[in-house]
Ligand binder design. Sequence first.
Ligand code: PGA
Length: 253
Amino acid sequence: MNQGPILAANWKCNLDLSQVRQFGDWIKSAHLPPQGKVILFASHCFLPELISLQSDRLMVGAQDVSTVDRGAFTGEVAAFQLKSLGVEMVLVGHSERRHVFGETDEQIASKLDQLLQQGLAPCFCFGETLAQRKAGKTLEVIYVQLQTFFDAYQKTDKASAFAKHAILAYEPVWAIGTGVTAQLEDIREVHERVASLVSEKLKCTLPILYGGSVKPSNTYDIIGTPNVDGVLVGGASNQPETFGEILQESSRR
Ligand code: PGA
């Protein structure tokens, strides 16, 4: 990718309304990096607050979507509802959904289908657990997870927003929220395999982000790793100051 890095903030279930407003005010006045794009993945309730910030350099995304299209499903937030707010991208397959809430590949496939039907783009997350890595199963696990995405993608008309803007995010589960970042060599190996898999299966390239304990001090090196097109940042995206340092580090390249 030569349009500059994608710098995505996953705020998870952390900020309250005043913090979201503060972040919004900061990002309006902050200098976005000279190249690339920023994505803010916010809780559903804050999406209307943020949506007016969207531009060709800044995108606002949702952290989850329902498996159902509409109807008597109390508490669910459906793809058409997100679309009606102006949301264009949704996180799918995040490890906290998979491992904390027990989301299955079938449910993830249904979520992708819902996005597809609405022309919304997924930021599709995948990654192995520590036990899987120790058992030498990293690539095997990742291939299975990615197949769900490939199956959905292959159903799309290549001109749809889903296909055009889809993003992949490699997030080793053991590196998320732990302070332990994957070694650059491990990141390089997985990203290289995934990039060639995407080209073989989909005959295109898609941005592949790395996520898992990204912070200002490791951003420069991670972004400089081959086939890494940006970062998905959890904990270090919660304060404008720290996220701002990550933006600065990314633009040193
Ligand atoms: P972390 O989270 O940066 O806090 O490790 C990353 C993520 O879960 O997207």
